[in-house]
Design a protein around this ligand. Structure first.
Ligand code: 48H
Length: 258
């Protein structure tokens, strides 16, 4: 068969446009494709919700690829292991209560399962603002990451969603956008992003579950973002809390969507 270069271009443009058009209105928009965002998106899609995930980078997986100091192995506790079991990721017992997994297998498996569950993932998109209607977040304002990186003056587009998950990691970007632009208070003791505290794996992992909640009408914090918003410690390369937080954010939203 003779290949037509223009047909290849046309196929990409048409198929991509169809995916983007179909994503303009969704149940849940997830910002950030790290372990927390992916796990939340997977659970929501498994429960038949229409989920769209935006990731700034070319690759999905956030901070999990590099394990700890680029040693591509992650650690999870027993509760985190259960989630990896559900995804079908192989874990190895290191010592009682400490399980290890290859970070490459973990990221690629979770990503694949999430896509196959029906989540539409858009990489190379940055969320630069939120849509606010009567003091509730009702959507996201998105632009190409390349526009952001090159600091080009190109206007973004908007998507509508019933709920948003801020899974942007340490930066807590969506919470900070709301804080800086809306003039409204977040649901934290100070009304603002409190900021993450120094490393303490045990407390950080405990508090992440408590901190995974609605931080503003329509917006839930998950993963490292939840601890950054509420002023809880970081926890280093233990990833069970990220997975569990993603699951909790999904279950809270499923409850709301009932
Ligand atoms: C689009 C965005 C935007 C934006 C950010 O950092 P992540 O892996 O986040 P989590 O919470 O799933 O996992 C945290 C974990 O990786 C980690 O850092 C840990 C455990 N640290 C402990 C410690 O002590 O250091 O993923 C967040 C993703 C990234 O891929 C960003 O590129 C993306 O969100 N992102 N995408 N629009 N505005 N902001």
């Amino acid at each position: 068969m003779k290949l037509d270069d223009i047909k290849i271009s046309k196929a990409i443009i048409e198929r991509f446009s169809a995916k983007l058009l179909d994503s303009l209105d969704c149940d849940v928009a997830v910002v950030g494709g790290g372990p927390a965002g992916l796990t939340a998106a997977y659970q929501l899609a498994k429960n038949k919700k229409k989920v769209v995930l935006f990731e700034r980078k070319l690759s999905i997986g956030g901070g999990m690829w590099g394990g700890g100091i680029m040693f591509n192995e992650i650690v999870v506790q027993s509760e985190g292991k259960k989630i990896l079991d559900e995804f079908g990721v192989k874990t190895t017992l290191f010592e009682e209560g400490y399980f290890c997994a290859d970070s490459i297998e973990t990221v690629t498996t979770i990503c694949s399962k999430t896509v196959k569950a029906g989540v539409r993932i858009f990489n190379l998109f940055s969320v630069e603002d939120v849509m606010l209607t009567e003091e509730k977040v009702t959507g996201l304002v998105i632009n190409w990451s390349t526009v952001e990186l090159a600091k080009l003056h190109v206007d973004p587009i908007t998507i509508r969603s019933k709920y948003v998950i801020d899974a942007t990691g340490h930066a807590a970007e969506i919470a900070r956008i709301i804080q800086n632009k809306s003039g409204c208070k977040l649901k934290t003791p100070t009304g603002n992003v409190i900021g993450e505290k120094p490393m303490h794996a045990e407390i950080g992992e405990q508090m992440i579950m408590e901190n995974t909640k609605e931080i503003f009408p329509g917006v839930f914090a998950a993963g490292m973002c939840a601890n950054a918003v509420f002023g809880a410690p970081r926890m280093g390369p233990i990833f069970g809390g990220m997975l569990m937080s993603g699951e909790k954010a999904a279950s809270l939203i499923l409850e709301k969507l009932k």
